[in-house]
Design a protein around this ligand. Structure first.
Ligand code: COA
Length: 379
């Protein structure tokens, strides 16, 4: 029997602190007019000191599970799409897995620059369509404010923090993720990069002094690349899905620059009502931008059952990707009964206790082994 990967849950989280263009103009040589005119961005969210990519990913994931009324212990796989993980390792997805109490799920991070979420959606849906898994949680989460040089006006005005998540579920109902096109051109890797902190330039006092732990970008080249690939990848994904351009109900592009989105929409001859834009309020949240946009589109009643959506991303790598989704869930989704909310909260508390007990158990065991070895060694 044919299997389909339907999006059955979605959720987002953005930090509460807002940084406006005027705020930025008081720290670097820029202006609200310049940023609005060149990017379309008006404000962005900035993570609080205690917030990280994992904490935001967890909030978005919990919201997605709530919408789907899904049990985290039944998740098969968690993919966190991010360029700003909490650590190089362990994967941020493992931190999310632990916090959700997703005891049977595999977990890994996926890194494809700002395209990571669309890549992850392609990977997650294929895991389902192939029959390997039934439920895959795909999260895009970023804390870009931690890797931006706040004295570099070329980059610091562009980015923001946040997270979005979708729950993919196996279904016999035709639809869901119909096609995916992934692309890469590593020859452009130097156009957008974080030079230090990897094996090429391990973090050192020198790399920090040279600011190599900050995002470096050739904005003009990235702009040209993005306008080229966005429409092309969209057309390819539509061809693969056998869906006509006119049948797209909503075009959800990576929210990097309003002019890039407009240029793609113009090339695809899409009217403004079919193009979703929210970068004015969040800036470029990299891997989080597409799922956050999807959540807001649903909230604004711009998605209906059987609609065809295109989600398209581009970014560091260089990478690009597009997926076509036939929406399968009737909207709005009824609110889950109150007891399920309480039950889910209790589950997350239990997941935290369970995690603590595991760590404590490991510490006690290793102390006992140490004691045993010392006693036997001295005896
Ligand atoms: N405020 C005021 N002036 C600024 C500025 C800022 N924040 N940032 C750059 N400028 C200046 C430049 O120094 C330059 O001055 P100069 O002509 O005296 O050298 C001038 O504005 C024009 O710079 P330019 O780079 O040509 O501007 P642009 O129209 O290409 O816009 C970007 C710059 C970064 C907004 C645009 O190139 C862009 O959005 N690129 C894509 C970036 C992106 O999406 N990255 C993430 C991909 S996932």
């Amino acid at each position: 029997m044919a299997r389909y990967a339907q999006i059955v849950g979605w959720g987002m989280y953005v930090p509460s602190e807002i940084l406006t263009n005027d705020d930025l103009a008081s720290v670097v040589d820029t202006s609200d007019d310049w940023i609005r005119a060149r990017t379309g961005i008006v404000e962005r969210r900035i993570a609080a000191p205690k917030e990280t990519t994992a904490t935001m990913a967890i909030r978005a994931a919990q919201a997605a599970l709530r919408v789907a009324n899904a049990n985290p212990t039944r998740l098969d796989l968690i993919i966190v799409a991010t360029a700003t993980p909490d650590y190089p390792f362990p994967a941020t997805a493992c931190l999310v897995q632990d916090a959700l109490g997703a005891t049977k799920a595999g977990a890994f991070d996926l890194s494809a620059g700002c395209t990571s979420f669309v890549y992850a959606l392609a990977v997650g849906s294929q895991m389902i369509i192939s029959g390997a898994y039934d439920q895959v949680l795909v999260i895009g989460a970023e804390t870009l404010s931690r890797i931006v040089n706040w004295t570099d006006r070329n980059t610091c005005v562009l980015f923001g923090d946040g997270a979005g998540a979708v729950l993919l579920q196996a279904s016999a109902v035709p639809g869901g993720v119909l096609s995916a096109v992934l692309g890469a051109d590593g020859s452009g890797g130097d156009l957008l990069m974080l030079p230090a902190g990897g094996s090429r330039h391990p973090a050192s006092a020198e790399t920090v002094a040279q600011g190599l732990h900050y995002v470096q970008m050739n904005g003009r080249e990235i702009f040209r690349f993005a306008t080229r690939v966005t429409a092309r990848a969209t057309r390819q994904a539509l061809d693969e899905a056998d869906v006509n351009l006119e049948d797209i109900s909503l075009f959800i592009s990576h929210q990097a620059n309003g002019r890039i989105i407009q240029s793609a929409a113009k090339s695809l001859k899409l009217p403004p009502e079919k193009v979703f834009v929210n970068l004015d309020r969040y800036g470029n949240t990299s891997s989080a931008s597409v799922p956050i946009a999807l959540c807001e589109a649903i909230e604004q009643d711009r998605v209906k059952r059987d609609d065809h959506l295109v989600m398209v991303g581009f970014g560091a790598g260089l990478t690009w990707a597009a997926v076509v989704v036939k929406w399968g869930v009737p909207l709005p989704v009824p609110r889950p009964p109150r007891w399920t909310v309480v039950w889910r909260r209790a589950r997350y508390r239990w997941a935290a206790v369970r995690s603590y007990l595991h760590r404590l158990g490991r510490r006690i065991l290793s102390a006992l082994i140490g004691l045993f070895v010392r006693n036997n060694g001295s005896g």
